[in-house]
Write a new protein. Structure first.
Length: 108
C-alpha cells in the first residue's frame, strides 16, 4: 500500500464521515450504533466493501422520504445488521476455519 493509497483512503473516509454528520441526529445515533456493532462482529469485507457507504445511502433516502430511522430499520438494530451481513464471512468464521472447525460454528 503506497502513501497515495493511504491518503486517498483518508479522503474517502473523511467524506464518508461528513455525510454521516449531515444526517439528522436520530439517524446519526443509529448509524454509530450500527457501526460499533459491525466493527465488533467483523464481517471480513467491511473495510474494503460498500456496506457502510450503502447504509448512509439508505439513510439519506429515508431522510429524503421524511421517514424516521426506526421506520426504516425497525427497533432491533443488531438484528438489522445481522440481516445485512448474513451471507458475509466474518473474522470469527475465518478463525474457526483456521483451527479446523466449520465456518459459522463461531456464531452458535
Amino acid at each position: 500500500m503506497s502513501i497515495q493509497d493511504i491518503i486517498e483512503g483518508k479522503k474517502q473516509w473523511r467524506a464518508h464521515v461528513a455525510r454521516v454528520k449531515a444526517l439528522p441526529p436520530d439517524y446519526q445515533i443509529v448509524y454509530k450504533e450500527m457501526q460499533k456493532y459491525l466493527f465488533k462482529v467483523g464481517p471480513v469485507s467491511l473495510s474494503d466493501g460498500s456496506l457502510l457507504p450503502g447504509i448512509v445511502d439508505f439513510f439519506e433516502e429515508g431522510v429524503a422520504a421524511r421517514k424516521g430511522v426506526l421506520e426504516l430499520i425497525g427497533t432491533d438494530v443488531a438484528a438489522f445488521c445481522d440481516d445485512l451481513i448474513k451471507d458475509s464471512p466474518t473474522y470469527a468464521d475465518a478463525y474457526q476455519e483456521s483451527i479446523g472447525g466449520e465456518p459459522g460454528a463461531a456464531r452458535k
